[in-house]
Design a protein around this ligand. Structure first.
Ligand SMILES: NC(=O)c1ccc[n+]([C@@H]2O[C@H](COP(=O)([O-])OP(=O)(O)OC[C@H]3O[C@@H](n4cnc5c(N)ncnc54)[C@H](O)[C@@H]3O)[C@@H](O)[C@H]2O)c1
Ligand SMILES: [Fe+2]
Length: 403
């Protein structure tokens, strides 16, 4: 990256960092169970809600407790269950039309990040009917209160129930983009690990590694606070101690609960301290090839950490020692290396590949442009990369080395 662009990026990031205490960050009010939703709705005189979910979650019966509680409280609901992974603009518009025609007054999202993000995007379109989703891409472009929004995560990964982001895909261009603004933080979140007990092994692995990526990218970036560093380290410790257990023993209640909280803490960390180039590149890959978000993050995390080299050593060493991967006597470089090797080993254990055969050389130019646009100047990464350097990450992840 040239010096002028680098100076612009660092200045932009510095301004956002010093503004952190002034920005309206908040966290959702945590509800113990979906059974608590009707009481909140009644207190707001809401008699009709939209339940946003997907077919798998619906079929598994994970909305039953909620719909039963709504029935008992005589609150009407309209179910939108057409959400697919990497939700598209068209799906958001379809759900929005249903919300309006059914005269809903609140949104309850029951599902993974795809469902929660779709519901957030519907809320943004309700709040800002004149603006398209693409016009709201980027940061601070919603600026208007959403209808009451409840998030009930059924995966342990994205932390979307506490973040300012909604990640949506343009189905025409295959470009994934994030809308980031404070009104998108859900008002209420239900953290009930029982909803995650049926997660298949691959989704458990991908979403767990997504949470790890959030925590690591937030921690090694330049816009951390004591609060976000603590949340990131707590998340990494929990993931270290529980992800393999969830993978091997899916119905282990303690491990599932710990992973749900790990994902939530990682969400708290990155919503204030941002992510980094792993996410910028991951979004372009899952947008282009329809790959699961967590899988792309898992594969790219150790590659990107290796690329940062010395620039990330100090903070990676801190993580490595804090969570007991490196010994306290290890030097910075050794401790950082141990952490990166641990991430590779974790991926191997979880059956995650080292790269993607899907990556086509002719797509790299465009994808690196998208990643550059997403990451720069927003993400306060340890080391700045322009398009040329970002391309190296794609080459490396393509399993073919230099193309
Ligand atoms: N808004 C944010 O802050 C944020 C952060 C990270 C990722 N994301 C976005 O979130 C999306 C990924 O979300 P995700 O990783 O949670 O996956 P997902 O929501 O796409 O779900 C993956 C699969 O798991 C299934 N599933 C969900 N819960 C289940 C359960 N309890 N049991 C069995 N199957 C279940 C779903 O039906 C789906 O087929 C991506 O679009 C990503 O870009 C958003
Ligand atoms: Fe993520």
């Amino acid at each position: 990256m040239n010096v002028f662009k680098a100076a612009y990026c660092r200045t932009f990031q510095f301004v956002f960092k010093i503004a952190i205490p002034l920005l309206p960050y908040r966290q959702p009010k945590i509800l113990q169970s979906v059974k608590d939703c009707p009481t909140v709705l009644q207190s707001k005189n809401i008699g009709r809600v939209m339940v946003v979910t997907d077919k798998t979650v619906m079929k598994l019966g994970l909305c039953d407790e909620l719909t039963e509680a709504l029935d008992n409280a005589e609150i009407a609901y309209s179910v939108y269950d057409e959400t697919l992974p990497n939700p598209t603009i068209d799906a958001v518009e379809q759900a929005r039309a249903q919300y309006l025609s059914d005269k809903c007054q609140a949104l309850i999202a029951v599902g993974g990040g795809s469902v929660m993000d779709l519901a957030k995007a519907v809320g943004a379109r309700i709040a800002k009917p004149q603006k398209t989703l693409k016009q709201m891409a980027g940061i601070l472009k919603v600026r208007k209160k959403l209808p009451p929004l409840f998030a009930v995560p059924t995966t342990a990964g994205t932390g979307s129930e506490t973040t300012i982001a909604a990640v949506i895909t343009d189905g025409q261009t295959h470009r994934k983009f994030a809308i980031n603004d404070f009104p998108l933080i859900p008002h209420y979140a239900v953290l009930d690990y029982k909803l995650t007990l049926g997660l298949p092994k691959d989704v458990t692995a991908f979403t767990g590694m997504d949470a790890l990526t959030h925590a690591v990218e937030a921690f090694i970036g330049r816009s951390t606070t004591k609060f976000t560093r603590k949340n990131a380290l707590d998340a990494i410790k929990l993931i270290r101690d529980n992800l393999k257990t969830c993978y091997d023993d899916p119905t282990n209640a303690t491990a599932r609960e710990n992973m749900l909280f790990a994902a939530h803490y990682a969400g708290i960390a990155f919503t204030e301290s941002y992510v980094g180039y792993v996410h910028a590149v991951a979004h372009s890959l899952s947008g282009r090839y329809g790959l699961p978000h967590g899988l792309t993050c898992a594969v790219l995390l150790p590659i990107a950490l290796d690329f940062y080299g010395k620039a990330a050593n100090k903070k990676l060493a801190k993580i490595s020692k804090s969570v007991g991967i490196a010994d306290s006597a290890d030097g910075k470089a050794v401790a950082a290396r141990k952490f990166i090797d641990w991430v590779y080993a974790m991926n191997d254990y979880l059956g995650i590949p080292r790269g993607f055969a899907e990556i086509m050389p002719e797509d790299i130019d465009k994808m690196s442009r998208y990643a550059d646009k997403e990451g720069n100047p927003l993400y306060p990464v340890p080391k700045l990369y322009g398009r040329k350097q970002l391309k190296q990450i794609y080459y490396h992840a393509s399993l073919k080395g230099e193309i």
